[in-house]
Design a protein around this ligand. Structure first.
Ligand code: HEM
Length: 475
C-alpha cells in the first residue's frame, strides 16, 4: 500500500483519497497558463467558485492545487517542508538570495538562518526602528511646505526604501551607499521575471544584470562588515544581528550568507510594506467615516507631545485596524506556493509528488462565510465583539504555520508610524479616477499613478469636509 504524509483529517489510505476537482477549460499542454497570465486573480477566484475549497488547474505544465478556507490553510501550512516545500516552489529566488541561503538552503539550515533574525525583531529593536521610521518620514516631507501633490506609489516606495535600508542594512548603506544600493537593488528586482519559473539561470540579460548586482551587493556588505569589525561600531540593525549570529555548531554566517539574508529581508519587507502603506492611505481617503476615527485617534494621542515612540504607537488601535483591513482586502502576496516533494493528502484530497500547492490570501479574504461583506473596507470587523480574524488561519495576509511572516509586527509598526506622522501634519485628498490593482508584479499594489493632494493640517477642518469628495473605486 502507498503511504502518504497526511494531515487535516483522519488517516486515509490511497484508495480512499479523492482527486481534487479540476477547473474546466485550459489547453492540452499549457493548461490554464494563458488565463493565469492574463487574469491571475480571476483564475484563482474561478477555481474557488467552480471547484470549492479544493480545486486544481494547470500552470506551466504543472498541476496546481488551490486550497481555500481556514481548515484547508491550516492543513497546508502544517505540512513539513520535506513534504510541501517552499524552497522548491520559490527556487527562482535562489540566485537573488544566493546559493545556500534561505530558499537556497536545506530546510533545517534555512530554519536556523531564519531563527537568527529573531533578535532583530525584539521589542528593544522595535523602539529603535520606530524612531528611525518617524525621523525618515519627517525628513522626507520636510520640503513639502503648505500644500502640493505627490504620486503615492513612488513616494511610499522611496520612503520605505529609506526606512528598510536604515533598519535592515544599517546607517552606512543609508548614508554612504544609498545611490549605489538603489541601483543594485533595482537590478536584483528586475531579475525576478517569469522565466525564472522555467530556469533561474537562463543566459538572458535580466539574469546577467541580476547576478552582477548580487555580486556587487556582496562586496558592499563585506566592506561594511570589515569596517565595523575594525572600528568596533555596533549597529542596531539586522546586519549587526546577522554578524553576531551563530549556527548551532558555533560557526558564523559567511559574508555571502549575511548578504543573502539581508536581501531576503529586504525583498520580504520592502515592497509589501510600501504598497500596504499606499493602500491604507487610499482606503482611508475613500472611507471618510473611518478616516475621521483615525485622525481623531492620532491627533488626540499626539496633542501634547510629538514623540512617535514604540509605546505611543501601540495606543493607535484604530490605525492598526485600518492597516490590517487594507492588508486583508489587498494582500500584497496574493498567492503562496509549495511544491509537493512526496505524495500526500490534505483534507482527504490527494496531492501528488510534483504538484504545486497554493493558498491565495486574496481569494481567502473574499470568502463571505469567513468575513461578512467581505469586499467592504471595514476596519471595525476586528473590533471588540466582532473579531472576525479570531478564527485561526482565516486571516492570512502574513501566511501561517512554520513559514509565517517574521516581520509582521515590524511591518505594521512601520506603516502605523508613517500614517501617524503624515496624518498628524497633513490632510490628504485623492485626485483623479478609480484606483485599480496592478497585477503585473509578484507583489500586488495600487496601479500608479496615484495622485494625492496634501495640505498642511488646518486644525478641526479635514480636507474632505472642505472640498468635494474624491474619486473612489474598486478593483
Ligand atoms: C506588509 C508587509 C508584509 C507582508 C504582507 C508579508 C507577508 C508575508 C507572507 C505571506 C509570508 C509567508 C510566505 C509563504 O508562506 O510562502 C512572509 C514570510 C516572510 N516574511 Fe513577510 N511580509 C511583510 C513584511 C515583512 C518584513 C518587514 C519582513 C522583515 C523585516 C518580513 C520577513 C519575512 C520573512 C523572513 C519570511 C519568511 C519566513 C519563513 O519562510 O520562515 N516580512 N511574509
Amino acid at each position: 500500500m502507498t503511504t502518504h504524509a497526511q494531515i487535516g483529517s483522519s488517516p486515509l489510505t490511497a484508495a480512499k483519497l479523492r482527486n481534487p476537482p479540476r477547473l474546466a477549460g485550459g489547453l492540452p499542454v499549457f493548461g490554464h497558463t494563458g488565463a493565469f497570465i492574463n487574469d491571475t486573480v480571476g483564475l484563482l477566484q474561478r477555481t474557488h467558485d467552480e471547484c470549492g475549497a479544493v480545486g486544481k488547474f494547470k500552470l506551466f505544465g504543472k498541476d496546481v492545487v488551490l486550497f481555500t478556507g481556514p481548515e484547508a490553510h491550516e492543513a497546508l501550512f502544517r505540512q513539513p517542508d520535506e513534504v510541501l516545500s517552499p524552497n522548491a516552489a520559490y527556487k527562482m529566488m535562489v540566485p537573488v538570495f544566493g546559493r545556500g541561503v534561505a530558499y537556497g538552503a536545506e530546510p533545517a539550515k534555512m530554519a536556523e538562518q531564519m531563527h537568527m533574525l529573531y533578535p532583530a525583531l525584539r521589542n528593544n529593536r522595535m523602539r529603535t526602528y520606530t524612531e528611525i521610521v518617524a525621523r525618515e518620514t519627517l525628513d522626507t516631507i520636510a520640503s513639502w511646505g503648505e500644500e502640493g501633490e505627490v504620486e503615492a506609489s513612488a513616494f511610499f516606495a522611496m520612503l520605505t526604501n529609506y526606512t528598510s535600508s536604515s533598519c535592515l542594512l544599517g546607517k552606512e548603506f543609508r548614508t554612504e551607499m544609498s545611490e549605489e544600493f538603489s541601483k543594485v537593488y533595482y537590478d536584483l528586482e528586475r531579475g525576478i521575471v517569469a522565466w525564472g519559473y522555467i530556469h533561474p539561470y537562463l543566459p538572458i540579460p535580466a539574469f546577467r544584470r541580476r547576478d552582477r548586482a548580487r555580486a556587487r551587493l556582496g562586496e558592499m556588505v563585506s566592506e561594511i562588515v570589515e569596517a565595523r569589525k575594525q572600528s568596533g561600531y555596533r549597529g542596531e540593525d539586522f546586519l549587526q544581528t546577522l554578524m553576531d549570529a551563530e549556527y548551532k555548531d558555533g560557526s558564523k554566517l559567511t559574508d555571502h550568507e549575511v548578504t543573502g539574508m539581508l536581501v531576503a529581508a529586504m525583498f520580504a519587507g520592502h515592497h509589501t510594506s510600501s504598497v500596504t502603506t499606499a493602500w491604507t492611505l487610499i482606503e482611508l481617503l475613500r472611507h471618510p467615516q473611518f478616516l475621521d476615527g483615525v485622525h481623531d485617534e492620532i491627533r488626540a494621542r499626539y496633542a501634547e507631545e510629538e514623540a512617535y515612540t514604540f509605546q505611543s504607537l501601540r495606543d493607535l488601535e484604530k490605525t492598526e485596524r485600518a492597516v490590517k483591513e487594507a492588508l486583508r482586502i489587498h494582500p500584497p502576496l496574493f498567492i503562496l506556493l509549495r511544491a509537493a516533494l512526496k505524495n500526500c493528502q490534505i483534507l482527504g484530497y490527494q496531492v501528488k509528488k510534483g504538484d504545486w500547492v497554493a493558498v491565495s490570501p486574496l481569494v481567502a479574504h473574499r470568502d463571505e462565510s469567513v468575513f461578512s461583506n467581505a469586499l467592504q473596507f471595514d476596519p471595525d470587523r476586528y473590533g471588540p465583539g466582532r473579531e472576525e480574524d479570531r478564527r485561526p488561519f482565516a486571516y492570512i495576509s502574513f501566511g501561517g504555520g512554520r513559514h509565517k511572516c517574521m516581520g509582521n509586527a515590524f511591518a505594521i509598526l512601520q506603516i502605523k508610524t508613517i500614517m501617524a506622522v503624515l496624518l498628524h501634519r497633513y490632510d490628504f485628498q485623492l485626485v483623479g479616477d478609480t484606483i485599480e490593482t496592478d497585477f503585473q508584479g509578484l507583489v500586488l499594489g495600487p496601479k500608479p499613478p496615484i495622485r494625492v493632494r496634501y495640505r498642511r493640517r488646518a486644525r478641526g477642518r479635514p480636507l474632505h469636509d472642505a472640498k468635494e469628495h474624491p474619486a473612489s473605486g474598486g478593483d
